[in-house]
Design a protein around this ligand. Structure first.
Ligand SMILES: C[S@@+](CC[C@H](N)C(=O)[O-])C[C@H]1O[C@@H](n2cnc3c(N)ncnc32)[C@H](O)[C@@H]1O
Length: 284
């Protein structure tokens, strides 16, 4: 499915900045644009700022510590993977992620998946920059199979892939998280890796109560509600159920000043489980 031909409920979402364009991705990108970060020899160190051209949103300063930690972690995963010869990077829920340009490297292909309106906006921005780079694909992880989407956009199943899943899973319901992660695992040749951020909590409260309390504190909850916040061990178990073996876990600062239920965020690296079967959503 190409980014301009997709039709889904996603395109009906309305947010400021254009119908259906993710405002949370803009807030993250604007915050990231102010950070000092590495880049590859061929990469564009100004890419994040250029991708944010014309955005008027002012992200809350409280976002910075969590985005800084997340960015460092994800950048490091990309640099490490490329260094050890991984030739495909799939960015799930990419928004205005600049890594395809920042870490541009001959022979490495970046694939970016997100909602149609957000992808159309990204494509316009890339054109305005005159920047060739990522392959953009439009999809809705709540209803589409990434196995099909990746097959249609030229992902090579036999080659190792780094999957980035930054600031995304919290926006999907639990079933969609499992399906997405299992789909990625089924496309993960030996040598592949996953880097993901997970929203967690520590309290005996049911997850639905925690999610409701968290959304009540967020201005962007109406357009882009959080859906999956789980106890730490349960979230890590979800990754295992989807066919990933966790190799590293780091605590990240919270994205909000005002948290309840011991909410936190984990940055996780994982490898495809050796014994993983085809898994949910593995149609290819
Ligand atoms: C908080 S933003 C993070 C963007 C990017 N990963 C980053 O860190 O800059 C969440 C992104 O996930 C995308 N997203 C959320 N739910 C989605 C879904 N069901 N299908 C496709 N993309 C989705 C949004 O459009 C948005 O771009």
């Amino acid at each position: 499915m190409s980014f301009d031909s997709a039709s889904s409920a996603a395109s009906d979402r309305q947010t400021a900045g254009g119908p259906g364009i993710s405002r949370t991705s803009q807030a993250v990108a604007l915050t990231r644009a102010a950070l000092v970060r590495p880049h590859s020899a061929e990469g564009d160190p100004d890419a994040q700022r250029a991708l944010c051209a014309g955005l008027t949103l002012v992200p809350p300063a409280s976002l910075r510590p969590s985005i800084e930690a997340r960015t460092r972690f994800m950048d490091d995963q990309v640099v490490t993977a490329v260094r050890r010869g991984v030739r495909q990077v799939v960015i799930l829920g990419a928004g205005l992620d600049d890594r395809a340009l920042r870490f541009r490297t001959g022979g490495v292909q970046f694939f970016e998946l997100d909602h149609p309106a957000t992808q159309a906006d990204k494509a316009r921005r890339l054109r305005a920059m005159g920047a060739a780079g990522p392959t953009l694909a439009a999809c809705d992880f709540e209803s589409d199979s990434i196995v099909d989407v990746l097959a249609a956009c030229g992902h090579t199943l036999a080659w190792a892939t780094l999957f980035l899943c930054e600031g995304l899973l919290v926006y999907l319901d639990r079933r969609a998280c499992l399906r997405l992660l299992a789909g990625a695992a089924s496309c993960a040749a030996p040598g592949s890796a996953l880097a993901a951020s997970l929203a967690t909590y520590e309290s005996p409260a049911p997850a639905a109560e925690v999610v409701a309390a968290a959304n009540a504190r967020r201005r962007s909850a109406a357009a882009e509600p959080w859906r999956t916040i789980l106890p730490r061990e349960e979230h890590l178990a979800l990754l295992a159920d989807a066919g990933w073996t966790v190799t590293a876990v780091t605590e990240s600062p919270s994205a909000l000043d005002d948290v309840s239920h011991g909410r936190g965020s984990l940055l996780v690296a994982a490898a495809p489980a050796l014994t993983a079967g085809p898994g949910v959503g593995a149609e290819r």
